[in-house]
Design a protein around this ligand. Structure first.
Ligand code: TXA
Ligand code: MG
Length: 339
């Protein structure tokens, strides 16, 4: 936990237009004053982010939502935040133009989130301003989920980096579009479709196969603009495998250099792979997760470590497409996509 002096320093920097990298429970964020055009432009520059991919605005409390919304906040947004915030949920609402154009990229809507991590909460409360913060990775790369990854991605590009340890969720927040009649998941995350349905939300259907926001098809206006871009990719090639497809497993490993592949997946799935695959000389190491929560928490770190070790590929066993498994599959799918 940070001491009060660092929090105060971070808050001062934010208010003065500086950039502060801070931990949230999902991933580390790269923060700047959301009302300050120059600060927001600096965020894009530090990330190498395409200029038409809007930023998420972070608030200290639900009460602040009204200060960025056009008119009264939509009922669905208030209810979703009441149920799942502070936490890994982002709501998209119409804004009142108090947010810098660079942050919204000129859209009439803004994505808003109230993070739960104690360092993020303390920083936002102390700064008392809306803070635009995308994930703190260089554009296209995996999001940092540890202090080490954050420093590796952004040292020298920001004014301060706050250490909050390892992120508990490990994947970016669920984004919920609350601007229409039915709410729509634009990006799956820690608040799952099942949790929202159970809470009585009338959810618009997802893109085909429950695979979440696609890059190309469907009504583009409903998708998070960022989903158009290459994402979450380590230097190592990410190979995707359905755990039951043993023939494909063998094929993916064929011809790979000994010790050049990291295998990641649920431990129950890994243990069912044929011995020939598990003991394949090409496998450098394994990361076997006991739950989807652990998979989500560790997946970007596994990518990071694989790159550290200079591995050629990561063989990822896909979790079942339900609950948090949907968000994990979504990120793996994008990381593994050849563009
Ligand atoms: O968990 C998270 O959400 C992390 C932490 C730092 O809070 N932040 C994060 O930000 O993942 P970023 O910039 O990496 O992803 C933001 C996503 C992008 O896909 C962007 O297109 C989408 O949110 N987004 C932002 N504003 C939007 C809007 N008005 N309508 C639809 N999507 C929006
Ligand atoms: Mg991101």
């Amino acid at each position: 936990m940070k001491n009060q002096r660092e929090i105060e320093e971070g808050a001062r920097l934010l208010r003065e237009g500086g950039l502060v990298l801070f931990p949230t429970e999902t991933v580390y964020g790269l923060g700047g004053d959301a009302r300050n055009q120059q600060a927001c432009l600096r965020i894009f520059e530090a990330k190498g982010r395409p200029a038409d991919n809007p930023l998420i605005v972070h608030l200290a409390s639900r009460e602040q939502l009204a200060s960025v919304c056009e008119g009264a906040p939509p009922e669905a947004a208030l209810r979703a935040l009441e149920l799942f915030s502070p936490g890994p949920l982002t709501v998209v609402v119409r804004h009142n133009r108090s947010i810098a154009d660079a942050a919204t990229t000129g859209l009439p809507t803004v994505a808003v989130r109230i993070p739960a991590h104690p360092v993020a909460r303390a920083l936002l409360a102390e700064a008392a301003i809306p803070v635009a913060a995308p994930s703190a990775n260089r554009s296209g790369r995996p999001s940092p989920t540890t202090y080490e990854m954050a420093v590796d991605a952004m040292a020298g590009r920001v004014d301060l980096i706050l250490d909050g340890g390892a992120c508990e969720v490990g994947l970016e927040s669920t984004i919920l579009d609350c601007t229409g009649d039915a709410v729509r998941i634009l990006r799956p995350g820690g608040v799952t479709r099942e949790m929202l349905l159970e809470a009585g939300f009338d959810l618009a259907p997802v893109e085909s196969g429950g695979k979440s926001h696609g890059d190309s098809d469907g009504d583009g206006a409903y998708l998070a603009p960022g989903s158009r871009y290459r994402h979450y990719r380590p230097a190592a090639e990410v190979l995707l495998l359905d755990p039951g497809d043993h023939r494909e497993a063998q094929a993916l490993l064929d011809g790979r250099a000994p010790g050049s592949v990291l295998l990641i997946g649920r431990n129950t799935d890994i243990s069912q792979l044929p011995a020939g695959v598990r003991s394949h000389a090409a496998l450098g190491s394994w990361r076997a997760f006991r739950s989807c929560e652990e998979y989500a928490r560790s997946v970007y770190d596994a990518f990071f470590q694989a790159d550290r070790e200079g591995l050629q590929a990561i063989l990822a066993l896909l979790p079942a497409p339900e609950g948090l498994g949907i968000a994990i599959r979504d990120r793996l799918d994008r990381a593994g996509r050849r563009l």
